[in-house]
Write a protein that binds this ligand. Structure first.
Ligand code: NCD
Length: 317
């Protein structure tokens, strides 16, 4: 049975942690995103009169703008703030009261905040569904939906692939969520590639082990690059380091460039949640390996699928 025959598994649900979603939930989104890409006109008016509220306490380009674009393409509207300055937070208003106002004015709320756990707190105090747009170094579940969708579109599957995840695996919420989301699938092997200081925290490794995911921690990409089908890269999350001297030790520790890629499979694809800084040389952008701009484009379709399935009980086919 096609999963789209079912009622939406996202209907009025909060999206806080990737671990709250099953493989069939994720495949439901994939199928709906496929439908939207095939026939975008059919979805244009589906959320007329609906409002998305967003509260962003940290910088964002893709997450906020792609949610806005998604809502607009569905006929709905967005209200909110991209930074707290200019809101009553400047006068000292509490996070709780700010979120309560967005809850009163909109039908679904996206929150981004530097503190881990803020989205969960928001979901507790808001009546409308809350979507985690990134909380500290913890989770970024909608980015993971996009990352998984990008792999599925490119390879037709996620199972059986050898996937390298390179970068700041300690502080990046995107890789955290991505690794946890992969446990719904059966990758052949994961290579977690980072300087020792930036290795994933224990709870992530325990989580992977509980799902019997085969993984190896290494610090040098060139050892494994010929094996990889997918390489997921993330920047060093400078703003999350408690101590700048720790950051200075790892600054510039890795870079993908044509020389590194000369050992890769022809079919290797590089994903990146963006923003990218010096960890990917601009020369890579126009190669067959770079999939990150397409990944960002898919963001709009996946977020359209998510908003439709949170706000409508039946998937509009
Ligand atoms: C990321 C984030 O904010 O966690 N960006 C995104 O949403 N695509 C990645 C990052 O900041 O490195």
């Amino acid at each position: 049975m096609r999963v789209l025959d079912l009622l939406s598994p996202f209907y009025r649900r909060d999206v806080i942690n990737i671990t709250d979603f099953s493989r069939s939930d994720i495949e439901y989104l994939f199928q709906l995103a496929d439908r939207i890409i095939e026939n975008p006109q059919m979805y244009h008016g589906k959320l007329v009169g609906r409002i998305l509220g967003y509260a962003f306490f940290e910088p964002s380009t893709r997450t906020r703008l792609s949610f806005e674009a998604a809502m607009k393409r569905l006929g709905g509207h967005s209200i909110g703030f991209a930074e707290p300055s200019g809101t009553s937070i400047e006068k000292g208003e509490s996070l709780k009261d700010t979120l309560k106002m967005l809850d009163a004015y909109s039908d679904v709320i996206v929150v981004r905040h530097p503190a881990d756990g803020t989205a969960k707190y928001a979901a507790k105090i808001c009546e409308n569904p809350v979507i985690n747009g990134g909380d500290g170094k913890f989770q970024h579940p909608t980015q993971t939906f996009i990352d998984l969708y990008t792999i599925y579109k490119e390879f037709g599957k996620i199972d059986d692939l050898t996937i390298g995840v390179l970068g700041d695996l300690k502080y990046a919420r995107t890789t955290n969520s991505f690794l946890m989301g992969l446990t719904n699938f059966k990758p052949r092997k994961l290579y977690l590639i980072s300087p020792e200081l930036l290795r994933p925290r224990e709870f992530i490794l325990d989580y992977l082990s509980n799902f019997k995911i085969k993984f190896e921690l290494i610090d040098n990409l060139s050892e494994v690059i010929p094996e990889l089908d997918v390489l997921y890269v993330v920047r060093i999350q400078k703003e999350r380091f408690p101590d700048v001297s720790e950051y200075n030790k790892v600054k510039g520790a890795y870079q993908i460039n044509p020389k590194v890629l000369s050992e890769a499979k022809e079919s290797l694809k590089i994903l990146h949640p963006l923003p990218k800084l010096d960890e990917v040389s601009p020369e890579v952008d126009n190669t067959k390996y770079a999939l990150y701009y397409r990944q960002a484009q898919y963001g709009v379709f996946v977020r359209m699928a998510l908003l439709l399935s949170i706000l409508l009980e039946d998937a509009p086919l």
